[in-house]
Design a protein around this ligand. Structure first.
Ligand SMILES: [Ca+2]
Length: 279
């Protein structure tokens, strides 16, 4: 069944549905071997994705209120709840089991539109997980993971041990403010193999094709711990999570749209802005 879903997802990306308007709005990179992509043009949560986290207020759904391609996108609508500065916040996500043998290197790409305000709290957008060394599978709670997020209104990337508790974690905080009220193309490289290095690589993230730098990096744990952080290496990524998950409160009801999500073993890339792509 999973492979059927995968093939359906790949087919839907490789061949644009006829109802899609012409022009430079179709997803790129979806035809590359091993690439999985989701444009949400089914108008509902795509096959293979299942509801995962659901805390506090708001809703995660596929709707036609704003799309980067076609008519539909994944919409985290009116999220709010909790208290800024305190742990606990709105979380609305879906998860997807990757096909066996995906491999230890995961490139990704998603377009994100955030409105009307930049959250101060940690807002996760996407993560991918893999079994600890020596294991080949297991439930989500046992998996190491990489994450792309925003925090203090800037982009952030993290490597985590299994959650709970998910730390001590390796945190990289950018000096680039998250893009507000416009589509932003986020790309990431989670290299869990990292060649002959003893640990999995630090996450890398690109915004509209430009790689982000991380002037602030630190190890986070609550409570603080002297336990050393080891980024364990990966054999195969097994699970994806997408949506929006805030680890502290969110007082301003906020919307996110995610469209043209894709993952694969090689870089997928962004399209040039529509203004530049028009003949
Ligand atoms: Ca779409």
């Amino acid at each position: 069944m999973l492979r059927a879903w995968m093939l359906a997802a790949m087919a839907s990306c490789a061949h644009a549905p006829p109802e899609r308007p012409p022009g430079p709005v179709s997803a790129t990179g979806c035809a590359a071997p091993g690439t999985l992509c989701w444009d949400f043009e089914e108008g509902r949560i795509p096959d293979g994705w299942t509801p995962y986290r659901d805390e506090f207020h708001g809703e995660l759904r596929v709707d036609d209120s704003r799309a980067r391609s076609g008519r539909y996108a994944l919409h985290a609508r009116h999220l709010s709840g909790g208290t800024e500065g305190n742990q606990g916040g709105p979380k609305k996500t879906i998860r997807f089991d990757l096909p066996e043998g995906f491999g230890p290197v995961l490139w990704g790409r998603v377009y994100v539109y955030t409105s009307p305000a930049r959250p101060m709290s940690h807002a996760g957008l996407f993560n991918a997980r893999y079994p600890r060394p020596g294991l080949t599978g297991g439930p989500v709670e046992t998996l190491d993971w990489y994450e792309v997020a925003t925090y203090r209104q800037r982009y952030m990337a993290i490597w985590h041990p299994p959650e709970p508790p998910g730390f001590p974690e390796w945190v990289q905080l950018s000096d680039t403010p998250l893009v507000l009220d416009a589509w932003a193309c986020l790309e990431w490289l989670f290299d869990g193999a990292n060649g002959t290095q003893p640990e999995a690589a630090q996450p890398r993230v690109w915004l509209d094709g430009a790689e982000l730098s991380w002037p602030e990096t630190f190890v986070f744990a609550d409570p603080p711990t002297a336990q050393p952080l080891v980024r364990e290496k990966a054999s195969n990524f097994t699970l994806l999570e997408a949506g929006v998950f805030l680890y502290q409160g969110l007082s301003v009801p906020t919307d996110w749209w995610l469209d043209d999500l894709a993952v694969g073993p090689r870089r997928i890339g962004c399209e040039p802005p529509p203004e530049q792509a028009r003949p």
